[in-house]
Design a protein around this ligand. Structure first.
Ligand code: VGL
Ligand code: ZN
Length: 198
């Protein structure tokens, strides 16, 4: 008989590798975002070759939302649903489900949950269900941006009971405020996320 507690399976969670973040012409281009497409692809292939699972998140906003600076938020307009900026980067190899977040105008920093900016109420995305159906126990979180959505997804991964690793070389930070990258790295390490490549 198999003891399920001894069976582990890894998922690669590819966060928000979308034109607005990963293309230099994108509205919220993350410096170095284009340079991680190929390293992320290599990790996607390696994960599938070792029987892991690959899942993608996609920031998917309505045209106006309190997430955007025009409507009281902090971010320039980005990843508006059904636009070029919201599409996954054309160089990204897609071999797994895509989980959208922010679809109802919520902040949606974490791939696991969406938060109403007005009420603070949180509701889950389907990510956790998808991972459990696949028997996933361990997460490697890569993509954009390290100090925003990768961080939030990794922290929620821990909360939801996964072992979480973030390879820093397969990510990049937006650094809205100077020092955000280093603060995010410290916060992740403190919480129990394994950071590699630092
Ligand atoms: C993100 C800022 C706003 C991200 C999403 O994917 O890291 N950053 N929305
Ligand atoms: Zn967003």
């Amino acid at each position: 008989m198999v003891d399920n507690a001894l069976v582990s399976r890894r998922a690669l969670v590819v966060v928000d590798m979308q034109n607005d973040f990963a293309d230099p012409a994108g509205s919220l281009f993350v410096a170095g975002g284009d340079a991680i497409v190929e390293p992320v692809n290599a990790m996607i292939r390696a994960t599938l070759e070792s029987d892991g699972f690959v899942v993608y998140t996609q920031d998917w906003h309505p045209p106006t939302t309190p997430h955007f600076v025009d409507d009281g938020g902090v971010w320039p307009v980005h990843c508006v649903r059904d636009t070029w900026g919201a599409e996954l980067h054309p160089g990204l190899e897609v071999h797994g489900p895509v989980v959208r977040k922010g679809t109802g105008g919520e902040d949606g920093y974490s791939g696991f949950s969406m938060r109403d900016p007005a009420s603070g109420a949180e509701q889950p995305t389907e990510l956790d269900d998808v991972l459990r159906q696949e028997g996933v126990t361990d997460l490697t979180v890569v993509g954009l941006a390290f100090d925003v959505c990768v961080k939030a997804t990794a922290l929620d991964g821990l909360t939801n009971g996964y072992h979480v690793t973030v390879p820093v070389e397969a990510s990049a930070s937006v650094n809205l405020a100077e020092g955000d990258h280093d603060r995010a790295a410290a916060e992740l390490a403190e919480a129990g996320v394994i950071l590699t490549g630092v």
